[in-house]
Design a protein around this ligand. Structure first.
Ligand code: HSE
Length: 298
């Protein structure tokens, strides 16, 4: 049996809608082995689909089909640490877990570059799946069904605080609220900021991040789906966050803070409680520069 370890991811990073994402040190595990029928369970009692509609299984099956092989079944044991449907790449983790697991069982028929394309085709956009596979901060552009991407390792003194609401928000729903067209002004507002984000993060110019995470393509539309979202953004900036953005399609709100900022978590917790948001969780995260790994287990 093999074990695939897949990081959570945070996509968009403000202005980089559908093209920027980074991996963080919160992991799902997928144990996988050949089996003549489908046996799917979770080791942490999270309810998961146990049939062929399970996203890990269907992604693995897709890879088998691409190799011209029929799949009768697999044994899969999931360990889910990434909160589901909260904007932290839980579906990408399933897709990457299924693809990498199947590819390993088949003797690595596909390169990591090919897996990037297959994963993005399943997910529909490359900004979670690519960093989930490769780690670091990734710029990924889907052009004519091929992903053109760059991964960069981040070595700096930033912490990411994921502020995770107690409700789910599906990406499909969160994409429905976006307009079909935007103005030239809004488009250039975003592209300048997306370009500023990666360069500033990598150069340690953290004072730029507050400007770089602003966007006009998705956050203004999605904010209405996150009750108290605006207040939490304001509070995070009041507690000296370098930047605050909606992680992926939301509803998680990500605050980037200095490693020396020791007050943020306690003060934010107290603030959330004062708003009655006692069910909202916080996770202190760091950037994962490694991405998905595989090991053999008994
Ligand atoms: N870029 C995608 C979106 C990420 O914002 O819809 C979803 O995880």
């Amino acid at each position: 049996m093999i074990r695939v370890k897949i990081p959570a991811t945070s996509a968009n990073l403000g202005a980089g809608f559908d093209c920027l994402g980074l991996a963080v040190d919160l992991y799902n595990y997928v144990d996988m082995d050949f089996c003549d029928h489908v046996v799917i369970s979770s080791s942490d009692n999270t309810p998961v689909p146990t049939g062929k509609n399970n996203l890990i299984y269907s992604s693995a099956e897709h890879l088998f089909e691409l190799c011209g092989k029929k799949l009768d079944g697999l044994k899969i044991i999931q360990q889910n640490n990434i909160p589901m449907t909260r904007g932290l790449g839980s579906s990408s983790a399933c897709i990457i877990g299924g693809l990498v697991g199947a590819n390993t069982l088949l003797g690595n028929q596909f390169s990591k570059d090919e897996l990037v394309n297959i994963a993005s085709e399943i997910e529909g956009h490359p900004d979670n799946t690519t960093p989930a596979l490769h780690g670091g901060i990734v710029t990924a552009v889907l052009d004519d069904s091929k992903v053109f991407w760059v991964k960069q390792e981040v070595k700096n003194r930033l912490k990411l605080i994921a502020i995770i609401p107690d409700f789910q928000l599906s990406t499909v729903e969160a994409r429905k609220c976006l307009p079909n067209q935007v103005s030239h002004m809004d488009a250039r507002y975003n592209l300048s900021r997306a370009a500023l984000f990666s360069a500033s993060l990598l150069q340690g110019k953290f004072e730029n991040i507050k400007v770089a995470v602003n966007d006009k393509l998705h956050q203004p539309y999605r904010m209405g789906l996150i009750k108290n979202g605006k207040e939490v953004f304001q509070k995070a900036y009041g507690l000296d966050a370098y930047g605050v953005y909606i992680s992926g399609a939301g509803p998680t709100i990500m605050a980037m803070i200095d490693d020396d900022n020791t007050i943020f978590v306690n003060e934010m917790r107290a603030y959330l409680n004062s708003l009655g948001l006692t069910g909202w969780e916080m996770k202190e995260l760091a950037i994962d520069n490694i991405g998905t790994t595989v090991e053999n287990v008994k």
